[in-house]
Design a protein around this ligand. Structure first.
Ligand code: ASP
Length: 287
C-alpha cells in the first residue's frame, strides 16, 4: 500500500503549515487504506482534507478568476475499470473531489457547474471568498503582465495517487486554476489523461503545473503509457523535459503497478510526500 500527495509545484518555497497539512492528509488517507479502504477512497480522503484546509488552491482556498468568481475543477480515476469522474467550473460546492466521485456513479464522465451541482446536492456549500482571496486577486492583477511568470511563483493544485492492498490504483486532483485567468478558463486538472490517469495495467499519475502545457502534452496518460517499458522516475523525467521544451513547468506524482513510485518536478519546489508502511516523508522538493 502506498499513498502519495502533493500541494502544487512552483518557484515559491512551501510553508511549514502546508507541509504539516500534507502529512496530516496522508496519515488520514493511509488509515483508510489500512482499514481496507480502496485506493479511490484514500485519494478522495486526502484531497478532501486539503480542500477543507483553505491553505491550498483547491476547495475553499481556490483562486478567483479575473471576474472575482471561484470556479473549481477536480477529477478522480480508478485503475481497476478505468472509471472516471470530473467536474468543471464548480461555483457553489465546497468539495469538488467528492462531486467528481459522485459523477463516476452516472453514465457520464464530465459535468460542469450546474449539472454537477444537481448530482452532488448533498455536499456542503462553498463559502464566499474572504477578504484575503479578493486581495490576493487584486495583487495578482497588479503584478501580472504575463500570466506564466506569475504562475511560476505560486503553489496551487492538490493531488494524490494510491495503490491499495488488492493492487488497485487511483489518481485524483483538485484545483482553483492558476493565479491569473480569464473567466471560464479550464486547466488540465479535470481533463482525464492530462491532469490525471490511472490504469491497473500501467500505473497512476496526478499532475500539477501549467495546465495549458500539460493539456498539450496529455501528460498523465503519456507518463503512464511509458511505464510499460520504464521506471516511474525515468518516465516522469522524460515527459517533464518535453513539457519544458514547450515552455511548461510541471510536477507529477506517480506509482506503477509494481508499487515503484516517484515524485518529479521541473520547478524549484513541489510540496509533496508519501506514506508507505511506517514511513511518512513530506518535503518541500524531491530533486
Ligand atoms: N494545473 C492547474 C491548472 O492549470 C494549476 C496547478 O497545478 O497549480 O489549472
Amino acid at each position: 500500500m502506498i499513498l502519495i500527495a502533493h500541494g502544487g509545484a512552483g518557484d515559491r518555497k512551501p510553508t511549514g503549515k502546508a507541509l504539516k497539512k500534507l502529512s496530516e492528509a496522508l496519515s488520514s488517507g493511509y488509515d483508510l487504506l489500512k482499514s481496507g479502504g480502496t485506493a479511490c477512497d484514500a485519494v478522495v480522503n486526502v484531497i478532501t482534507v486539503l480542500e477543507d484546509s483553505g491553505i491550498f488552491n483547491a476547495g475553499r482556498g481556490g483562486n478567483l478568476q479575473l471576474d472575482g468568481i471561484r470556479r473549481l475543477d477536480a477529477s478522480i480515476m480508478e485503475g481497476k475499470d478505468l472509471r472516471a469522474g470530473s467536474v468543471i467550473g464548480l461555483e457553489h460546492l465546497k468539495n469538488p473531489i467528492k462531486a467528481a466521485l459522485m459523477i463516476t456513479g452516472t453514465p457520464h464522465v464530465i459535468l460542469t457547474n450546474k449539472g454537477a451541482g444537481r448530482i452532488a446536492k448533498g455536499l456542503g456549500p462553498l463559502p464566499k471568498p474572504d477578504r484575503k482571496a479578493i486581495e490576493k486577486l487584486e495583487r495578482a492583477k497588479k503584478k501580472s503582465r504575463e500570466t506564466v511568470r506569475l504562475y511560476e511563483q505560486h503553489f496551487s493544485t492538490v493531488g494524490a495517487v494510491a495503490l491499495d492492498e488488492t493492487g488497485d490504483l487511483a489518481a485524483g486532483a483538485s484545483t482553483g486554476g492558476v493565479s491569473v485567468m480569464l473567466p471560464g478558463r479550464v486547466g488540465d486538472t479535470p481533463v482525464i489523461g492530462a491532469g490525471i490517469y490511472a490504469d491497473n495495467s500501467l500505473g497512476a499519475a496526478s499532475c500539477t503545473g501549467m495546465g495549458e502545457a500539460i493539456i498539450r502534452i496529455v501528460l498523465a496518460k503519456e507518463i503512464c503509457m511509458q511505464l510499460a517499458t520504464m521506471t516511474p522516475a525515468r518516465s516522469a523525467r522524460l515527459s517533464l523535459n518535453r513539457i519544458l521544451n514547450i515552455g511548461g513547468k510541471a510536477g507529477v506524482i506517480l506509482i506503477n503497478n509494481k508499487g515503484q513510485f516517484s515524485v518529479s518536478h521541473n520547478t524549484k519546489y513541489m510540496a509533496s510526500g508519501f506514506i508507505k508502511g511506517k514511513k511518512l516523508l513530506v518535503k518541500e522538493a524531491f530533486q
